[in-house]
Design a protein around this ligand. Structure first.
Ligand SMILES: *Cc1c(COP(=O)(O)O)cnc(C)c1O
Length: 226
């Protein structure tokens, strides 16, 4: 992509996020993760040169390729996709800044034991299925609080930082709103457990996410316009 186009897209989205942030609370701090799964390393480097440092990928293989080809640029990598158990070692080796989609106790146990073996820790978000769509991964709403506590207690090499959710795939604002309100409700209850991050909001629904307290956004399409 042309640098000017990237710059225009990024500026537009940052301005829009700022407008929505101020409507919610001028004290809110919001972090933007540029989801780079649609593009190759050239566009990532171009976006970095404009000022973006946090990037998200949803496949371990792509994360590896991009980390290797980013040639030691100080990018902050978020792994936002489903993690298969046979990819755990690879992910650990890649040292991402954060893994956002911890979606079962079984995965937490497997990840934790591998982390222990490598003597490493990994910051993670618990993924919650707040949209009640059957095909979505993540903990059920009613399981979330207990799961968070179990992982905190049993999986010492996993550092839970908060929660992540993916809004329902619909244009129905009410449904999206209700999904994000579910997430905010769980997030608020988890603040006693040290939860700091509420990651929700993508290109089509980030405004609704901000209005419901999201402090981390994962945006790809609006930046890279695929
Ligand atoms: C692709 C993806 C996004 C970004 O979605 P856009 O619609 O491109 O903004 C966010 N979160 C996850 C988990 C994704 O896989």
């Amino acid at each position: 992509m042309i640098q000017n186009t990237l710059k225009r897209n990024l500026t537009k989205i940052i301005e829009s996020i700022e407008t929505e942030r101020l409507k919610y609370s001028s004290h809110q701090i919001i972090k933007l993760i540029a989801v780079s799964k649609y593009v190759d390393i050239n566009d990532i480097v171009n976006l970095y040169n404009i000022g973006q440092r946090a990037f998200g990928e949803n496949k371990v293989q792509d994360l590896e390729t991009k980390i290797i080809s980013s040639n030691k640029l100080p990018l902050e990598w978020h792994f936002i996709g489903t993690l298969q158990e046979n990819k755990i070692n690879k992910l650990i080796e890649l040292n991402p800044f954060m893994f956002q989609a911890l979606d079962s106790i079984k995965l937490a146990n497997a990840l934790d034991s591998r982390l222990q073996k490598h003597n490493k820790k990994l910051s993670c978000l618990l993924e919650i299925n707040t949209s009640l769509e059957d095909n979505k991964s993540g903990f059920k709403i009613e399981e979330a609080l207990q799961a968070y506590e179990i992982i905190q207690k049993n999986n010492k090499n996993i550092i839970l930082k908060g929660i992540m959710t993916i809004g329902p795939n619909t244009n129905n604002k009410k449904l999206i709103e209700s999904s994000f309100k579910n997430a905010k409700d769980i997030f608020d209850k988890l603040q006693n457990n040290g939860a700091k991050i509420l990651s929700c909001g993508m290109s089509n629904d980030y405004k609704i996410a901000i209005a419901n307290g999201a402090n981390m956004l994962r945006i790809g399409n609006s930046i890279f316009k695929i």
